[in-house]
Design a protein around this ligand. Structure first.
Ligand SMILES: [Zn+2]
Length: 432
C-alpha cells in the first residue's frame, strides 16, 4: 500500500520556532518530524512513499532523496503553483489505483497502521478517518457517526453544533480508495487551471471528504493512539516532552496498554438512582481534573457502566448516547476526555411492563462480571494486571478483581479492594 504524505503547507503559526525551514523539517528530539513519520511507516512495512512538496521543497528533497538511506522509496510531487491540500491527489491519480494512506507531514504520530488499514477493509468504505478524542473539542471540528461508525455529520469548529456531542476529532490520517476521488467530480485537468485570474485549488475536507457524509462510504476509526498537531509553539513543546518521556511510542496499540476503568454513576457523576435524561447528569467536583490527570499519565480512561435502564425500556440507545454526549462535552470543556465508553444494556429479571425482552438475559458484561473490561482489554491491547478499576460499589470491586485488575473503592466499606478513597480525585493523587 502506498503512503502519500502532504508536506506542502506553509506553517506560519509555528514560524517563531522555525521561520526558515518547512514545518515537516522541524526537529523533534533531534530528527525532523517527517523523518519520524517515515520511520513509523518503514517499521510497519510501508516503504512506497509519495511526498507532495511546495514551500522549501528543496530542503525536504535534499534531506530524504529517493529514500534509500531511510529504507524506503520516495517519489515527489512538486506543486509549482499551490493546488490546495487535495489538489496533488488528482495530479497523482495514475499512481493511485488502490487504497492508499494519506498523511499529514506536520503531525506527530505513532500508530499501529495495519490495525487502521484492517479496520478500513472490514468496513468496506471508500474512506476511513483516524479519529480520537482531544483536550479541546469545543474549538475543534467534530464528527458524528451512526451506530456502525459511518460519518453522518462533519461539523467544523465554526458550525453550530448540538448542545451535547461526542468528543471525536479528525486527526488528519486517512485510508482512501481512489474511487473517492472519482466521485468528487474533480478531474486532473481542472486542478490548477487558471479561472478568473486565479488557479483552482482543491480542499481535501470540503470537496472530497465532506460530500461522503451520510452516504455510508466514510467511516471513523476511533483510536487512543498518539497523534498531535504541532502547529503552535505550545503544542510543539508538549510534543517534544511527550517524545522524550516515551509517551508517543508507548501509546501505539502494538504495545500493551494500561487503563483506569471508571464506573460512571457515583464515580464520575452524581448518583441519582436510575439516570434517564441528560438534565439529571451532573459531574462530581474534581472529576474533570482527575480525568485530565489520567489522560496525561499514560493510562487510558475507559468508562464501564451497567445501564439496565435500556433493558427496562426506560432509556433508548439514542437517549443513553445523549447522556454520554453530555458527559463528554462537560469533560471536554475542562480539557479532559474519555478514551472509550462501554455499557451493559442487559438485566437478568424478566416480567416488567415496557421491558425489552431480548435484553433481559444473563449476560457476561453486567458488573460484577468482568465482560466489559475483558472486551476493552481485547479492543485496546490492555494489560489488565497493570490496570485499575475504580467505582463506588461492591460490584465494581468484584468486576475489577475478576478481570485481574487492581481495585479502588470510593466509599468506606471493605470489599477487599486494594485502595479506599473518598473521590476519584483522591485516587488519581494516589496513582501519581
Ligand atoms: Zn450485559
Amino acid at each position: 500500500m502506498k503512503a502519500v504524505i502532504m508536506a506542502g503547507g506553509q506553517g506560519t503559526r509555528i514560524s517563531s520556532i522555525a521561520a526558515d525551514i518547512p514545518k515537516p523539517m522541524i526537529s523533534i528530539e533531534g530528527k525532523p518530524v517527517l523523518e519520524r513519520e517515515i520511520e513509523c511507516l518503514r517499521e510497519q512495512g510501508y516503504t512506497d512513499i509519495i511526498i507532495t512538496v511546495s514551500h522549501f521543497a528543496e530542503q525536504i528533497i535534499n534531506h530524504f532523496g529517493e529514500g534509500t538511506s531511510f529504507g524506503v522509496h520516495i517519489d515527489y510531487y512538486l506543486e509549482n503553483i499551490p493546488l490546495g491540500n487535495g489538489g496533488a491527489l488528482f495530479k497523482l491519480k495514475d499512481k493511485l489505483n488502490e487504497d492508499f494512506l494519506l498523511l499529514n507531514a506536520d503531525s506527530v504520530f505513532n500508530i499501529d497502521i495495519n490495525r487502521f488499514v484492517e479496520y478500513h477493509k472490514s468496513k468496506g468504505g471508500l474512506v476511513t478517518l483516524f479519529t480520537h478524542p482531544n483536550s479541546h473539542p469545543y474549538d475543534s471540528g467534530v464528527l458524528i457517526t451512526n451506530q456502525d461508525g459511518a460519518v453522518e455529520t462533519w461539523l467544523t469548529k465554526e458550525d453550530v453544533r448540538p448542545k451535547w456531542y461526542k468528543n471525536r476529532v479528525n486527526a488528519g490520517l486517512h485510508v482512501i480508495n481512489p474511487r473517492a476521488l472519482d466521485i468528487s467530480g474533480i478531474t486532473p485537468e481542472n486542478v490548477g487551471e487558471m479561472v478568473d485570474g486565479k488557479y483552482t485549488k482543491v480542499d481535501l475536507d470540503r470537496q472530497i471528504l465532506k460530500p461522503l457524509c451520510g452516504t455510508g462510504k466514510m467511516f471513523c476509526y476511533d483510536s487512543p493512539e498518539y497523534v498531535k498537531d504541532m502547529g503552535t509553539p505550545d503544542r510543539y513543546e508538549t510534543v517534544c516532552k511527550d517524545f522524550r518521556n516515551g509517551v508517543v511510542q508507548a501509546k501505539n496499540l502494538k504495545n500493551k496498554q494500561k487503563a483506569v476503568f471508571l464506573d460512571r454513576d457515583g464515580t464520575i457523576n452524581k448518583y441519582v438512582g436510575f439516570l434517564r435524561n441528560p438534565d439529571e447528569f451532573e459531574l462530581l467536583p474534581g472529576v474533570a481534573n482527575a480525568i485530565k490527570d489520567i489522560n496525561s499519565s499514560g493510562y487510558l480512561a475507559i468508562v464501564v457502566t451497567n445501564q439496565p435502564v435500556i433493558a427496562r425500556g426506560e432509556v433508548t440507545y439514542k437517549q443513553l448516547q445523549d447522556i454520554h454526549n453530555k458527559m463528554e462535552t462537560l469533560l471536554g470543556l475542562e480539557g479532559a476526555y474519555l478514551d472509550s465508553i462501554y455499557f451493559c444494556p442487559h438485566h437478568p429479571h424478566k416480567g416488567f411492563i415496557g421491558e425489552i425482552l431480548e435484553l433481559k438475559i444473563e449476560c457476561d458484561c453486567r458488573k460484577p462480571k468482568p465482560g466489559m473490561l475483558l472486551k476493552a482489554a481485547d479492543d485496546f491491547n490492555i494489560d489488565l494486571s497493570s490496570s485499575w478499576m475504580i467505582g463506588d460499589s461492591e460490584i465494581d470491586v468484584k468486576a475489577g478483581k475478576a478481570a485481574g485488575c487492581r481495585t479502588a473503592l470510593i466509599g468506606t466499606t471493605d470489599y477487599l479492594q486494594d485502595v479506599t478513597v473518598c473521590s476519584l480525585e483522591e485516587f488519581v493523587n494516589y496513582l501519581k
